[in-house]
Structure formats: structure tokens, C-alpha cells
Design a protein around this ligand. Structure first.
Ligand code: SF4
Length: 531
């Protein structure tokens, strides 16, 4: 079972834009659409981590490739796709509640189809069409490329289609993608996980780690840069174990260095690395590659060696702190963020105090904190000594207070300093909206801190780079109310302008829910799968 993101204590933000080509291996549509059939519209609703956010970009891309158009904001789509997450508590009950509401819309619109994919679909399979028989398509994490064909098949056969594969057939990055941001993109380098953390359902739903070849990854990044992208976030369940499948344990560091050679690529981030696999060559690559940002999101989960062992996490407190020390020695300005689970079965007050000790020593700039709750199908759910809710809540409250206190102190220490910001995309759901009262815009610093700033008289577009002096600090963001010191108009700003000045195709909107990792991307509703 996985921990539940009860609260996001820090302002990390993940992004998720979107987009496209028919899936290799996917069946051809069964029936051509009649000439008089107006364009069918779609909406993708995304739950969970960055993986799902990026998968939703591919789902949108494939649907558009198949002739669907994004439903205008506020309109009911002809096809509603739920890209689900199995990590959150009561994820299934929440899904069925939402499906019940959508079913009533379907009764009014016989053209409507409902599809359910993602981790919960992979886990529950035919249960979904038993509990919600009006669902037209159920697909899993390994065959998202089949969605358009399954929708066609369900329409022609007039019955639900359930297709769940046990392993990946096509690496999903070969599928069409519709990016949500004009200038920031997710790039999958691996999928799946070879670990067996006892609280986590992910390995059984996403399978063993599969790595893309470096040449394919770099070609994708070069194509993205040619399209105006200036920031990429390398994505993997255990991003730094990249290479395990083809036997090169230095592959991740080499990949970071290779990203440094790509002209026009301004910012490289990655999520999430596993402490057990974090090697010094990666720290060196980060420090020596100018476009790799001074930022590290590395899940701690617990500061107690005893609890880490019960979680089957193969590093210990001292190793974790040692990595942080070496990262700070190599990159003194690096912002380090984490994920922490409170109340794992058998956690004692002493164990919890060990976690608090690591938080004090590590001085995280933010942390996603989770209250443990059992998830069916994971070893931890069967463990004795599940803790009372009141105990978990009390520890959680103390942890959040400490995390916030430290984050705020770290932010206050930055007041008066100058930071370079990549201006956020106001339409990509990344928190870049102009505040109506203060007229501030939002951007992300190189270390991924969120900064609200006044643009002054300058014309500043999302994607442009501004340098500001910080005037205020809050626990989860910084403020600059001074006139920007420098504004650099960028290719990314041009890409944003081109996208926004382009005629909007009928029915196409860019409205997708977003959540967060690094700045420019769309946001997911948590930091990931608690890796
Ligand atoms: S928590 Fe992360 S590392 Fe652990 S099993 Fe789950 S996906 Fe793998």
C-alpha cells in the first residue's frame, strides 16, 4: 500500500501538458466515422502522479490524432476518460462516486462514452464494469495506446471493452502526445520499478523497470527543443536506476551530461531518484552540467532505520543525510525536497523522532507529507501494529509544523537575493496566473522555488526569463515586489505566443487539471507514488 498524500506541505508543482500518432500495435479503428458525424469531443480527467499526468498527455494526443477534439471548457465531452490512481485512500470509492455523476450525463447524451484507465483500472479490471456497467472502455497502464481502437470497438459492438495487458508492449513515449505547456515537457526515460517497498502498489501495476535507449531519449528532447521547449523533466519511477535494464550503472549521469550538450535546452530536472541508487557520479554530473538545475527531490519516507527496513527501503538514515551533504557540497544553492510517510505500522515515538531529526538536519525547502493508511494488495496492509488515527494525526501535525518552520526560515534567508525565473504558463494550469489584486506573475527559480513577482511595465510572456530581487518570503513561496532587474525574451516565450495566437480549432481547449514537480509542467495531485 502506498501512503496517502493527505497534505501538500510545500509548494512543489508538477506539470503536465499534453499530445500524438496512432499507437503501434493498436488495432485500426473498426468503423470509419460517417461523413455527417460532427467531430466528437473528449475530456481527460487525471488523478495521481506525474506518470499519470504525462500518460494523459499521450491519451489526449492519441485522441486528437484519431480525430477527436478537446471539449470546450464547461461543455460536456462526448468521451470522458478517467486516468486513475490506485495510491490514494478510497480511490475506488471516489472514482465510482464520480462515475455515477457522469452516468447521469450519459443518459442525456447517448453519444457519450466513458473510459477508465490507469492504475486503478489495472488493479480492478472487470470489477469496474461490474460496479459501473455504463463504462464503455477499461484499459490498463500497459496499453494506453489502444484507447481509440477500444472506443471504436465499444461503439460498434455496443458493449463494454475491457483490455488489460500484463506487461508493456510499446514504450509509451512512442505514442502521440499533446503537451500542455508550450515550453516545458516531461520526458519518460523509464517506466516500472524493480523495488518492493511494502507500502506500494506501483510495482504490481506498472511492472518491472523498462529503460528507453539514450539515443531515443535525446532525439525526443532535441525535437522538443526544436519545437520551442526550454525545460524538460526526466521522468521515471526510479529515475536514477536508469540503465539497469541494459547494464550501465552510470547511464543516468551520462544522460544528464548529454542533456547539457543540447543547444537551446535551458533547464533540465528529474524526478524521482531513489536514495539507495543515488551515486556520486550523478552528483558530479548535476554540478558540472550547467543546464541541470540545482534542485533535488529525493523521497525520505522515514528517518528511522527500523521503519525503513520494515518498508523494505534499502538505504538508512546516515546514507540519506550523506547524499544531502555531498549534494550541498557540490551545489551550495541546491533546494532539496522530499516525501515523508508518518504512521507506518509499528512506528514508535522514537522512530518518529528520528524522522524529525532528519528533517532538522536536512533542512528541506519543502516536503510532501503523507499519513500512512493501508492499501489493499500491499504487504504493509497486512502488518500488525497499525497505528490509531489519533497517534498518526498528532505526529503528522508536528511534522508539518517543523517542515513549514524550516521551509520558511530557508526562504527568509533568500530575501534580498537575485533569482532568475522562468515565467510560468498561465494557461497550463501551473500556478502562473496573474493575481488580479496584486498584478503579480508567477515563475520558477532555477532551484524550482515558486516566486510571485511584479512585472512592472515590461511585456513579459510565459516562457520568458526574468531576474528579480526577492522582497518577501512565505513558507511555500517567495515574493518580489521590485521592478524586474532583467527580462530576457526567449524562444519559449515565442512558442507560447505562437500557440496562443494560433487559431483555436473547433472544440479545442487546453484546460487540463494540473499538479506538480518542477515548474513549467502541468501539475499532478501529489509528488508521485511515494518513491
Ligand atoms: S515506492 Fe517507489 S521505489 Fe518503492 S516500490 Fe513503489 S515505485 Fe518502487
Amino acid at each position: 500500500m502506498t501512503a496517502t498524500p493527505e497534505t501538500e506541505t510545500a509548494g512543489l508543482e508538477t506539470l503536465a501538458p499534453l499530445a500524438p500518432r496512432p499507437a503501434e500495435g493498436a488495432d485500426a479503428p473498426l468503423a470509419p466515422r460517417p461523413a455527417d458525424d460532427p467531430t466528437r469531443t473528449y475530456e481527460v480527467r487525471t488523478y495521481g502522479c506525474q506518470m499519470n499526468v504525462h500518460d494523459s498527455e499521450r491519451l489526449s494526443g492519441m485522441l486528437e490524432d484519431a480525430g477527436y477534439a478537446a471539449a470546450p471548457e464547461g461543455a460536456t465531452a462526448d468521451v470522458i476518460v478517467f486516468n486513475t490512481c490506485a495510491v490514494r485512500e478510497n480511490a475506488d470509492n471516489r472514482l465510482y462516486g464520480t462515475l455515477g455523476h457522469v452516468a447521469s450525463l450519459k443518459r442525456e447524451n447517448p453519444r457519450m462514452q466513458i473510459a477508465v484507465g490507469g492504475c486503478l483500472a489495472q488493479k480492478d479490471r472487470d470489477t469496474i464494469t461490474k460496479r459501473a456497467p455504463y463504462v464503455d472502455v477499461v484499459f490498463g497502464t500497459h496499453n494506453i495506446g489502444s484507447l481509440p481502437a477500444l472506443l471504436d470497438r465499444a461503439r460498434v459492438a455496443e458493449e463494454s471493452q475491457v483490455e488489460i495487458l500484463e506487461s508493456l508492449e510499446v514504450f509509451p513515449s512512442t505514442l502521440p502526445t499533446k503537451r500542455e505547456s508550450a515550453f516545458a515537457a516531461w520526458v519518460s526515460i523509464s517506466v516500472g520499478c524493480n523495488n518492493t517497498c511494502t507500502f506500494c502498489i506501483v510495482p504490481s501495476l506498472r511492472g518491472k523497470e523498462k529503460d528507453r535507449r539514450p539515443g531515443e531519449i535525446l532525439a525526443e528532447i532535441e525535437a522538443l527543443v526544436a519545437d520551442g521547449v526550454v525545460e524538460v523533466t526526466l521522468l521515471g519511477q526510479n529515475v536514477n536506476s536508469y540503465g539497469v535494464e541494459f547494464g550501465d550503472r552510470f547511464a543516468f549521469g551520462k544522460l544528464l551530461r548529454a542533456c547539457g550538450e543540447i543547444e537551446g535546452l535551458e533547464r533540465v530536472r528529474f524526478t524521482s531518484p531513489h536514495p539507495a541508487a543515488f551515486s556520486d557520479d550523478v552528483i558530479e554530473a548535476m554540478a558540472e552540467t550547467p543546464n541541470v538545475m540545482p534542485q533535488l527531490h529525493m523521497p525520505l519516507q522515514s528517518g528511522s532505520d527500523r521503519v525503513l527496513k520494515a518498508m523494505r527501503r534499502s538505504y538508512r538514515k546516515e546514507r540519506f543525510l550523506g547524499i544531502i551533504d555531498r549534494v550541498r557540497a557540490a551545489m551550495p544553492d541546491a533546494a532539496i525536497t522530499t516525501d515523508i510517510i508518518v504512521g507506518f505500522p509499528g512506528e514508535t515515538e522514537e522512530d518518529f523522532l528520528e524522522t524529525m531529526d532528519v528533517v532538522r538536519k536536512a533542512r528541506f525547502s519543502s516536503a510532501f507529507t503523507f499519513q500512512y493508511s493501508p492499501r489493499p494488495g500491499t504487504p504493509a496492509a497486512e502488518m500488525d501494529e497499525q497505528l490509531p488515527k489519533a497517534v498518526v494525526q498528532d505526529r503528522y501535525d508536528r511534522l508539518v509544523a517543523l517542515v513549514n518552520e524550516i521551509a520558511w526560515a530557508e526562504n527568509r534567508a533568500l530575501v534580498g537575493k537575485r533569482l532568475e525565473l522562468l515565467v510560468a504558463d498561465t494557461d497550463a494550469g501551473r500556478g502562473g496566473k496573474k493575481d488580479g489584486a496584486t498584478h503579480r506573475l508567477t515563475g520558477r527559480a532555477r532551484d524550482n522555488r515558486l516566486v510571485h513577482f511584479r512585472p512592472g511595465d515590461a511585456e513579459i510572456r510565459p516562457g520568458d526569463l526574468v531576474t528579480v530581487e526577492l522582497t518577501q518570503a512565505a513558507p511555500h513561496h517567495l515574493v518580489s515586489d521590485a521592478v524586474p532587474i532583467d527580462v530576457r525574451r526567449t524562444r519559449a516565450g515565442e512558442a507560447w505566443r505562437a500557440r496562443h495566437e494560433a487559431p483555436t480549432p473547433v472544440g479545442v481547449g487546453l484546460g487540463m487539471p494540473s499538479v506538480g514537480v518542477p515548474a513549467p509542467l502541468p501539475v499532478a495531485d501529489g509528488p508521485g507514488c511515494a518513491c
